[in-house]
Design a protein around this ligand. Structure first.
Ligand SMILES: CC(C)=CCC/C(C)=C/CC/C(C)=C/CC/C(C)=C/COP(=O)(O)OP(=O)(O)O
Ligand SMILES: O=P(O)(O)OC[C@@H](O)CO
Ligand SMILES: [Mg+2]
Length: 261
């Protein structure tokens, strides 16, 4: 049995303390074109992507191991599992977002899948990132809402979202992930992110429908520590350098304010 490591958790918490933001690219194993993937990986690494999140609500091709191995061969960027179920665990990943879907009331996604996954996670020695996962209403029915059979939190009720995140933190969850769902029509609002930022001390991950510099900047200014982009980059690879530039600009600003330059 491998010994537990906390590399990614330590990185997230240091970056939060230093007010440095991170950029995660979501890779859907069903949508990756393996012949052009190495070129994409070099492109992502060249623009300073911090993390790859690997997963989907529903995966049909089971190429997760191939995808992670390509990431490791071509970059030093950590591959973090973002699983829709315990079937999506691959021990070769650098870490796993162990999501508990605390915005919903589906017991299987609050604790059921975790019981099934626990022995495999223990045996693999993979770094576990306990994460409160909150789905927020986003203007259209998303895959994750349908597959999880849960109703997202209302997008115009930051107070409920903040209380849910706070409950997650009190329960010991170490990260809060606010997700409007992949391909969301509207991203999580700045008001909601700011309310959660006030309520909890954990790193906050925000994703769903971030498809422009401005939307990324809004999320960062409101208090997101990590922003996740999937669909936007799948549809337009030029978005990757745009979001990377936004995160870098934010970090340069904090460096200046905090006298690190
Ligand atoms: C405990 C373990 C190992 C697994 C369960 C993890 C939980 C609770 C998951 C919550 C519900 C869920 C189905 C999450 C999946 C989130 C995800 C990876 C979304 C990525 O986007 P897609 O929903 O696949 O969107 P597309 O339709 O764009 O592919
Ligand atoms: O694909 P997008 O809309 O960028 O969403 C990313 C991620 O947060 C979905 O769970
Ligand atoms: Mg998917």
């Amino acid at each position: 049995m491998k010994t537990a490591n906390h590399k990614i958790a330590d990185l997230l918490s240091t970056r939060k303390t230093e007010k440095r933001k991170s950029f995660a690219v979501l890779l859907d194993p069903d949508k990756v074109n393996f012949s052009t993937f190495p070129t994409f990986l070099e492109y992502a690494a060249g623009h300073g992507v911090d993390f790859f999140f690997v997963g989907g609500s529903l995966i049909t091709n089971y190429a997760i191991d191939q995808l992670i191995s390509a990431i490791h061969q071509n970059t030093n960027i950590p591959a973090i599992l973002f699983p829709g179920s315990s079937l999506h665990i691959d021990p070769s990943a650098d870490a796993i977002l162990l999501l508990s879907l605390i915005s919903g009331r589906n017991a299987d996604l609050l604790i059921g899948q975790h019981v099934i996954a626990a022995p495999l996670l223990k045996q693999s020695g993979i770094e576990v990132l306990p994460t409160g996962y909150l789905l927020i209403e986003s203007g259209r029915l998303t895959t994750v809402s349908y597959i999880s059979n849960t109703i997202p939190l209302p997008r115009d009720k930051p107070g409920i979202v903040a209380c849910t995140a706070l409950a997650g933190e009190f329960l010991g969850l170490k990260n809060i992930f606010l997700d409007a769902g992949s391909g969301a029509q509207f991203p999580v609002t700045a008001e909601t992110i700011a309310a959660v930022r006030q309520a909890v001390d954990t790193p906050i991950i925000v994703g769903g429908g971030i498809d422009s510099y401005e939307k990324a900047d809004n999320a960062l200014n409101a208090g997101a520590d990590v922003i996740v982009v999937g669909n936007g980059i799948e549809q337009n690879p030029d978005l990757l350098p745009e979001i990377a530039a936004c995160v870098k600009a934010f970090n340069r600003k904090s460096d200046k304010i905090l006298g690190r330059l």
